[in-house]
Design a protein around this ligand. Structure first.
Ligand code: UDP
Length: 381
C-alpha cells in the first residue's frame, strides 16, 4: 500500500507478512491516518523480509505458518533467543549478510518517520541508520500483547508503543528507558471500534437465533487448532446454545463441517470480512490466543474461552485474559464444555467476564498511535 505526494511528511511502515498481525496493525494505523489526518501525510508499507532480505530470509513470510506449527521447535527458538545480549550477538553475526539490504532499504525509502510493527527489523535497521548518520524518528509499535520478544525493544528507538501494562516488564528488562515507552494498546481496525450496535438487529440480518446464547468459534485467520473437534464436541454436548463457526482460510474444514448434521442451530462461515458484526452479535467467544482476535473481542465486550496458544509467543496472552478475569483457559475439550455449562447456568459469572473485557478494551489505540506519530513528526521539523 502506498500513498505518495509532494511536500507532505512521509511515513514508512516497516512490516513483514510473518503471520497476519503485522500487516493488520499497519493497516489499522493507516486507516486512522486517513480518518484523523486525511490530507496531511503520505505513507507506504515496506515488507523488509520479502523485498530486502537475502535468501533464505526472504522466504520468512511463506515459511512462518509451517514453523509456528512445529510448536516445540518454535517454543525453543522463541525462548532461547529471548535475551537482549543474545539478539545483539545474533544480529552482529548476521550483519555482513544483511547490511546491503538494510542500506538499500534506507536509500529507497526515505521518510519523515519510520514506524516499525515487527520485532526483527529494529536492531539491524537502526544500526544501518546509525552508520549512515540518519536521525529520522523511529517509532516501534509492539503487536504482541504480553509475551513480547526482546527483539521488539531496541534502545535506539525514539519511542515504543506497548499494548498492555504487563508488556512493560520485558521492555524494562531489555533496558528501555521508561520515558521512551507509552502503553497505548494494540492497533485494531476502526470498524471494530464503533459503538456497539443493536444485537437484535445484527442477529436478524445474520439469520441467527434471537433466543439462544450464541457461541462464536474462531481459530485465527487460518482456522488453526482443533477447531473442528471443538465444534463437534459442543454439538454433541447438546447445550442450549446456537453455534457459529468461522473456519477462516481452512476450506477443507468448512466443507467437512457443512456436510455434518447438527443437533443445535449452527452457522458455518469461511473467511469473513464482517468480524466486528459477528463479534457484536455473539455472546461468548471460543478461540485460540491470537493477539488480534483477543483485542477485538475485548472491544466487543465478549467473554473469552481460550483453547489453544502458540507456545512462547502467545503464552502471555492467555495469562493476560485469565489474570484480568476476561476469560478462561480451557486446553481440553471437557474444560471448554464445563466452562460453557458453568456460564450458561451462572450468567453472573459470564457477566463478570464481560465487565472485565470492557475494562481492558482499548478501542482508541490506532488513533492514539497516529496522534503520537503526528507529534513526533511535528517535533522533528
Ligand atoms: N479474521 C478475519 N476473518 C476471519 C478470521 C479471522 O478477519 O474469517 C481476523 C481476526 O478478526 C483477526 C485476525 O484475522 O483480526 C487474526 O489475528 P490473530 O492475531 O487473532 O491470529 P493469527 O491468525 O494472526 O494467528
Amino acid at each position: 500500500m502506498k500513498k505518495t505526494g509532494k511536500h507532505k511528511p512521509h511515513i514508512v511502515f516497516l512490516f513483514s507478512d510473518t503471520g497476519g498481525g503485522h500487516r493488520s496493525a499497519s493497516e489499522a494505523i493507516i486507516e486512522a491516518i486517513n480518518l484523523d489526518f486525511p490530507e496531511e501525510f503520505t505513507y507506504e508499507m515496506v515488507d523488509f523480509f520479502k523485498e530486502y532480505s537475502p535468501p533464505p530470509l526472504n522466504l520468512a513470510g511463506p515459511v512462518y505458518p509451517l514453523m509456528s506449527r512445529m510448536e516445540y521447535m518454535w517454543e525453543f527458538t522463541f525462548k532461547a533467543s529471548d535475551n537482549p545480549d543474545f539478539m545483539r550477538v545474533l544480529f552482529s553475526a548476521f550483519w555482513p549478510y544483511i547490511r546491503f539490504g538494510m542500506y538499500k532499504m534506507l536509500r529507497e525509502h526515505p521518510g519523515d518517520i519510520y514506524v516499525s510493527v515487527h520485532p526483527l527489523i529494529n536492531i539491524p535497521f537502526l544500526r544501518a541508520m546509525r552508520r549512515r548518520e540518519i536521525t529520522t524518528p523511529y517509532f516501534i509499535v509492539v503487536t504482541d500483547l504480553v509475551s513480547t520478544h526482546t527483539a521488539w525493544f531496541a534502545k535506539e528507538a525514539d519511542l515504543i508503543s506497548i499494548p498492555t501494562e504487563q508488556a512493560r516488564k520485558p521492555a524494562l528488562y531489555a533496558g528501555i528507558d521508561p520515558e521512551k515507552m507509552k502503553v497505548i494498546g494494540l492497533p485494531v481496525a476502526d470498524r471494530f471500534c464503533k459503538p456497539p450496535g443493536d444485537k437484535k438487529g445484527l442477529r436478524k440480518k445474520l439469520g441467527w437465533s434471537q433466543e439462544k446464547t450464541i457461541i462464536l468459534l474462531v481459530g485465527g485467520g487460518e482456522g488453526m487448532g482443533p477447531l473442528g473437534t471443538v465444534s463437534k464436541e459442543i454439538n454433541q454436548a447438546k447445550l442450549d446454545v446456537g453455534l457459529v463457526v468461522i473456519t477462516g482460510r481452512n476450506r477443507k474444514l468448512k466443507e467437512e463441517l457443512e456436510a455434518m448434521d447438527w443437533n443445535i442451530p449452527t452457522h458455518i462461515y469461511g473467511f469473513v470480512t464482517d468480524m466486528p458484526d459477528l463479534m457484536r452479535a455473539a455472546d461468548i467467544l471460543v478461540t485460540k490466543a491470537g493477539p488480534g482476535t483477543i483485542s477485538e473481542a475485548l472491544i466487543a465486550n465478549l467473554p473469552i474461552i481460550l483453547y489453544h496458544r502458540i507456545p512462547g509467543q502467545e503464552e502471555g496472552n492467555v495469562s493476560y485474559v485469565i489474570d484480568e478475569g476476561a476469560g478462561i483457559w480451557a486446553p481440553n475439550i471437557e474444560d471448554i464444555i464445563n466452562t460453557l455449562e458453568d456460564w450458561l447456568n451462572n450468567p453472573e459469572k459470564r457477566m463478570l467476564a464481560v465487565e472485565n473485557a470492557k475494562r481492558l478494551a482499548r478501542p482508541d489505540a490506532s488513533r492514539q498511535i497516529v496522534q503520537t506519530i503526528a507529534e513526533m513528526v511535528r517535533l522533528n521539523k
